[in-house]
Design a protein around this ligand. Structure first.
Ligand code: IMP
Length: 493
């Protein structure tokens, strides 16, 4: 007879954290959210903030990976793309020297202003270098911004007729300080950097530079380049992908599988451990057995979550999965037992079903060292999904699950392409602006939670937080009730 556990599986949303004593020097600004992403050799890859953007096509591209690493977390590049693209994105992130951009859109002198307007509408960018061929690594001949033409009148004009040709460029500049000084001298917010013979090499935006200066907690490697991770599947052909990712210096490899407790995952971990020297995050698991299986195989961190992603239909079509709170509690306990037996701490990444700051704090309190989020990150300007208008005329971001027809990620969800069935939907999430503007507020909220709980850091939270389950009525009281908010836009995220 099957075993039926006589216990309920719980969601993060059912828990609240009790207050503890907050000393004068324990308020939110004093709280640290530094965390361990995974083991690396005898040490760790550390993050200043406990966030991973999900390995999903709608979420993590170069822009998201750069923004999140600047804000102290790390982006994980999805597996469902050609390996050259995935490696190309690692290169872009690694080359992003806190301001020097090498992947901005360039224009050709022969294209029309109408085509530029389309690009502006599509991308939101407003400043473009113009090169002889329209390609990035070509001779710089002008700059065109959205202020250089009249949208109504100049549609038919060519870029060459409107671009500014008094080029104020830096020549072979490598220091950000020097680039900053030149921008101040020229009174411009944008500085193209060219080689001695005038070939465009990179570009610096003052606003990016300011961001770099504003984010001392960036996630960086030992060469001061931003951290980035990349996903692979358990399919044998991804051994080559793993090699390529390793050669392109990914900081971590994440095995992207909806169920990590499989022979395929074991084979892949064994291969990775002998072939490449990069930390490996295994998953996903939701049971103590699954956790032990992965740590015995040698992974450097374990990803937890099944069937609870925001657009996930796994539980409906397969009846497999577990409430994220129960999965985390079970695995955190297995992690403690493992640590007692072996002296080895294994960081946990909570993945899926986390979208509000309250979910984040509860997941961390229940034992997660970091949080992987898809839905939450998809909402920001920097996510890889398109910005579109929905039927109601609102500006929203596309978000589609990796098990949806749209993603057709047969690597993650099935070993037989012909029998693919959906485990997720495609849809939209609200657009909430830039990660640079909004994530610091969320970080403040989590810090404030720890301060109220009387905890100074995540280790303290793991050991000393007191959580309590809420009755349905207590949960109703915990939401806005008995009144209507004045302006829904004022709600945070
Ligand atoms: P979210 O943050 O709640 O939207 O969950 C994101 C997570 O859901 C990802 O990191 C994956 O682990 C998982 N996921 C992605 N696509 C699917 C799917 O199609 N079905 C089930 N889970 C998915």
């Amino acid at each position: 007879m099957a075993t039926v556990l006589n216990a309920l599986s719980h969601s993060l949303k059912e828990f609240r954290i009790l207050p503890g004593y907050t000393p004068a020097d324990g308020s939110a600004p004093h709280v640290l959210l530094e965390t361990r992403l995974c083991r690396k050799g005898n040490g760790w890859i550390g993050l200043h903030t406990p966030f991973l953007s999900a390995a999903m096509q709608a979420v993590t591209g170069a822009e998201m990976a750069i923004a999140l690493a600047q804000l102290g977390g790390i982006g994980i590049l999805p597996v469902n793309q050609p390996v050259e693209e995935q490696c190309g994105t690692i290169r872009k992130v690694k080359r992003f020297k806190g301001g020097f951009q090498t992947n901005i859109l360039t224009l050709s002198p022969d294209q029309t202003i109408a085509s530029v307007v389309d690009i502006i509408n599509e991308t939101g960018y407003s400043t473009f270098p113009v090169t002889t061929t329209g390609e990035f690594h070509a001779r710089l001949i002008g700059i065109l911004t959205d202020k250089d033409f009249d949208i109504r009148r100049d549609h038919g004009c060519l870029v060459s007729e409107r671009m500014k040709t008094d080029l104020q460029a830096g020549v072979e500049i490598e220091s950000l300080g020097e680039a900053n000084d030149l921008m101040i001298k020229y009174g411009r917010g944008f500085l193209p950097i060219v080689s001695k013979d005038g070939i465009l090499q990179s570009a610096v935006f003052k606003k990016d530079l300011d961001k770099h200066l504003k984010h001392p907690g960036e996630s960086i490697d030992d060469k001061k380049r931003l951290l980035v991770g990349a996903a692979i599947s358990t399919h044998p052909e991804d051994r080559e992908r793993a090699q390529a990712l390793y050669e392109h210096e990914t900081d971590v490899v994440v095995i992207d599988a909806s169920d990590g407790h499989t022979a395929y995952q074991l084979e892949m971990i064994e291969y990775l451990k002998q072939a490449i020297h990069v930390p490996v995050i295994g998953g996903n698991v939701v049971t103590a057995d699954g956790f032990r299986f992965l740590v015995e195989a040698g992974v450097d961190a374990v990803k937890v979550g099944m069937g609870i992603g925001s657009g996930c239909t796994t539980q409906q079509v397969k009846a497999t999965g577990r409430g994220q709170a129960t999965a985390l509690m079970t695995i955190a306990q297995a992690r403690d037992e493992w640590a007692q037996q072996t002296g080895q701490y294994v960081p946990l990444v909570a993945d899926g079903g986390i979208s509000s700051p309250a979910d984040m704090s509860v997941a961390l309190a229940l034992g997660a060292d970091s949080l992987m989020m898809g839905n939450f990150f998809a909402r920001f300007t920097e996510s890889a999904g398109n910005l579109v208008r929905n039927a109601a005329g609102e500006i929203v971001k596309e978000y589609w699950m990796e098990g949806s027809m749209r993603a057709l990620n047969t690597r993650r969800y099935t070993h037989i392409k012909d029998s693919f069935f959906e485990e997720g939907i495609a849809g939209f999430v609200p657009h909430v602006g830039s990660l640079y503007d909004k994530l610091p507020t969320v970080i403040q909220m989590i810090r404030a939670t720890l301060a109220t709980a009387g905890c100074r850091n995540l280790e303290d939270l793991h050991q000393n937080a007191i959580l309590e389950m809420q009755s349905p009525n207590a949960l109703m009281d915990s939401q806005v009730h008995d009144m209507v908010p004045m302006n829904v836009d004022q709600q945070i995220l």
